[in-house]
Design a protein around this ligand. Sequence first.
Ligand code: AP5
Ligand code: MG
Length: 212
Amino acid sequence: MNIILLGAPGAGKGTQAELLVKKLSIPAISTGNMLREAIANGTELGKKAKQFMDEGALVPDELILGIVADRVAQPDCQNGFILDGVPRTLAQAEALEDKGVVIDHVVSIEVDDAEIEGRMTGRRVCGSCGASYHIVANPPKTEGVCDHCGKELIIRKDDKPETVRHRLEVYHASTEVLKDFYGKLGRLRLVNGSQSIEGANEDILKVIGAKE
Ligand code: AP5
Ligand code: MG
């Protein structure tokens, strides 16, 4: 089963992707995490992406398409995958179609902008594996430490309020149009993201037909 998680910054794509990985036993592919890893490792990709990400702008499509095409071709994606944060432009969605990457369900996690701004101030992420936490809604077992890999939790550089506001503008201007694109193809599933993490997860499993 190939799934896209769509939604504004902070809608819960990363959080839900982590839960779906466990429940569906397929990998999650987060372009945001891949780019942050590239920056941390000082690769060519990281150098090209850094300024766009720090400003809350989109990284150019050609850089994204290269890393996604390579990743979905890996053997562990044979039984399906979860795309978190990609595609985010019409050009990226069309390129995936052209490459023959078949998508079964596009789950749009719906959350109002006002709620998002509040959520981001409490977010902490693992600087190593990218896992996402919230100091109130989804705290780690030990404060400041990742449950999965034991590394330190940090505040993302692009979670400053003014950068979050810009990322929301970018979402509405460039990404939201994908709901129409996938709606016309009959693949769009809307889920209320303004409920508990577990509640949203139950709804996602239902709309993708993984649970009654
Ligand atoms: P990316 O890392 O994808 O960021 P994003 O889309 O802005 O989304 P976030 O990761 O901020 O939010 P999320 O939806 O994953 O929410 P989370 O689960 O963490 O991209 C970053 C940058 O990389 C982009 O700005 C761009 O520069 C570049 N980039 C990446 N992909 C690209 C692409 N395809 N094309 C071009 N550029 C690209 O949850 C947020 C917080 O809320 C957490 O604290 C969480 O614990 C909490 N939370 C989650 N669910 C709930 C709930 N139900 N109730 C209460 N709290 C909740
Ligand atoms: Mg994320």
